[in-house]
Design a protein around this ligand. Sequence first.
Ligand code: FAD
Length: 400
Amino acid sequence: GRRLVVVGASLAGLRAVEAARKSGFDGSVVLIGAEPHLPYDRPPLSKAFLDGAGLPAFRTEEVLRDELGVRLVLGAPATALDTAARVVTAGEREFGYDALVIATGAAARTLPGTGGLTGVHTLRTRDDALAVRSALDDGARTVVVGAGFIGSEVASAARKRGLDVTIVEALPTPLVRAVGETMGRACGALHARNGTDLRCGTGVAAVEGDGRVERVRLTDGTVLPADLVVAGIGAVPATGWLAGAGLSLDDGVVCDETLFTGAPGVYAAGDVARWHNPAFGRHMRLEHWTSAAEQGATAARNALDPANAKPYSTVPYFWSDWYDSRIQFVGVPATEEVRVVDGDPGGDRFVALYREGDRLAGALTLNGQTQIMKYRALIMRGASWADGLEFADRRRSALE
Ligand code: FAD
């Protein structure tokens, strides 16, 4: 029979094996994962899990093995890919494939020079989250490096417990790359309102301690006492194992609009994939839950039936939970014009739209759960900027 191999046993990898079976594929399916765990969900790691909630696996081992007929190879990082022989190597073991989905995601960037110190963490895996949670349980004075989404969520969790927390952000404004300057400032203001000390425009000079972290020295000379340091300074696509495989690597595995890598039978999905998104006519690599799940399914179906491969086209979407607020963003953070069309960016609820040329390119809401998907649909349809403004007007007057 034919053989599907999926490398990376997380969201995109799981959705790949599920979609393969759903499409009727009855050959063998192997799911190879570096972590020893069954696939689990990452967004709760920096949210409910830090507050004490459990972390259920997506699927039990029985369902994966018996119902989906998946051979699980866990705790076994793939180490090489031979696209000519169609073989994936994981240490001593080799797995031949007819179809391959690369779903190895991304790994957290670490703070340089903190190697030997305990109490310094990133937050990407279940094991990371356990360590951070137990430090919070101990009442750690917390320093978060990086005012991005994950760092901000960690700060929220620490504040919910009433702990002292400082966020150190090297750039003058938080989240500039993700949501632009004005909205970055508006989101950053949530920290001060909730008792987090956000310090922008200063870097970390050194993280110091004797075996375990004791203090963080900033480039502006400030010294912050710390029992826990969490670095939220971004993630890098996990492509190291693909060196020498002959795939095109450029901040991710470069793919066409069907997630095809160019090597026969090989597709990529999720945080590791940089694919051509027809909705925006450009290559993108997203680190968002929704697209990782959808790409996993699409990549598997396309890998198993390349003659009928379908493009994956999407308006990027992500959410993040800070304190009692939910931030949601759709589209791309175009910088030409950002306009607040509802609410007040200094308050607890607002909607902002992003313009690119004469097109509506993005939308951000704070506590605007009922609106955000409407803007996503508008952007997917290729709505003009004028359409976006008019839609916002009509909504506002309907609500008034
Ligand atoms: P990953 O989830 O990164 O999984 C890749 C897997 O592949 C990992 O298990 C890794 O160990 C494994 N792997 C790596 N190398 C190898 C190898 N050589 N061989 C075998 N296996 C390998 N997104 C949102 O939209 N909203 C949120 O609120 C949100 N919150 C988040 C909070 C946290 C703490 C984190 C870490 C992420 C969050 N995300 C959020 C992003 C979202 O979780 C990711 O987009 C999603 O997990 C990507 O799935 P993936 O399967 O592509 O990659």
